[in-house]
Design a protein around this ligand. Sequence first.
Ligand SMILES: [Zn+2]
Length: 448
Amino acid sequence: MSPNTTELGAMNGFLGAHCKITNTLLETSRLRYKAGMPAYNLTTACQAVKAIRNSISWIERHTTAQSVQVTAVRVVRAFERFFDRVARGETPGYPRFKSIKRFTGWGYKQYGDGWSLLQKNSKIKTNGSRAGHSYGAVRLTGIGTVSLRGRTRFEGEPITAEVLHRGGKWYLSVTFEVTPEAVAREGGRASMAFDWGVSTLLTKVVGDPMTGQVEAIDNPCWLKKQLDRIAEIQQAIAALEKRAKAASGKQRGFPVCHQLKNAYRRRRCLHAKIANQRHDFYHQLTAKLVKQYGLIATEELEVSNMARAPRPKEDPGNPGQYLPNGAASKAGLNRSILDAAPAGFVAKLRTKAEEAGSRFQFVPTRELKPTQRCHLCGETTKLELKDRQWKCTCGATHQRDENAARTILRYVFEGAWWKDTTNSGLERPRRPRAARNSIQVGSPIWME
Ligand SMILES: [Zn+2]
């Protein structure tokens, strides 16, 4: 979004007001809990934000009736996620108070209420003219008509919108309701399974689990390339902060000089740039894959487990002393895992596959153990993270990622074949049934 000065002022006001509402709800949630009252549900939270909005005039000016409700829903969902994780025995962080710097924005839940689009593309429902805006604009109640760059990818009815403030830039994310025909991509026919890795992004096997071709797609490693630059900026920030702390004698709330402010901005921009590059790359790659294959299978990802810091290892002969636990190398690996962002990639791939009417299938990682299971005999072998190549008890030698992809593909065709003693594994695999058409709502588009 490219707001002018007046609009920018109003948008900052909106950001502040929704941030304030979020923090007020977090605080009152805590108080309600202390007082033994039930947690907010959607109804009580919406009533609470309505009361806040009606009683504080600057908040009323910088919100709409709908946008405060969307904020209320977000807080309620954050608590639901929190309690879900507690119930599962995890130790999640309590929903955090948001500083305005970290607050990401607000949303609208119904088109035409607080927001409307003015787009060049006449197939999209628009209100009013777009005079003075070369690409299009969004009209936001209480803010103005803000110019947009970027286009919509679909024809359809806009439903919801979010205004996002990230890395010092403003974005509008719009969800459209679309018909399957409007987004129908040309889905391919071949079957493909892939294993996801850190050094090699994807290792895929196409066609037959036993004889199908193997192809690898490398991880572009944007973050690695930019790591030196991040380190450089980080060092500059550390030095400037140290100087400011020494000069003011304060550890927190020290004065931020012009140089430091600049360095903070450079760091934000670099992180935003990396995120955008990743977003683009994944969009292109997933579109290409969906065009090629009618069935795509992979294992369920458990990124939160993979990216966890390793447990401290106590020295058994020397209590209180700790042995090296590989935390440093795991930290590097974590960074690569988070850099490759598999969950975001798989989510995009899945959406696009559904749009194309293709079948997307997750295989159960815990049951199948695709990395450890030989795709020929079905036996599992315990492997270390570093074992790229391994030998099965049946005598076969496997490349780790390739075997995993073959095991996944075989499971798609034959189920848990290793449990079935009547099946020698030499039969031709059954073909999967035809894909279904299932999509109703389009994925969000991004407009800068
Ligand atoms: Zn084997």
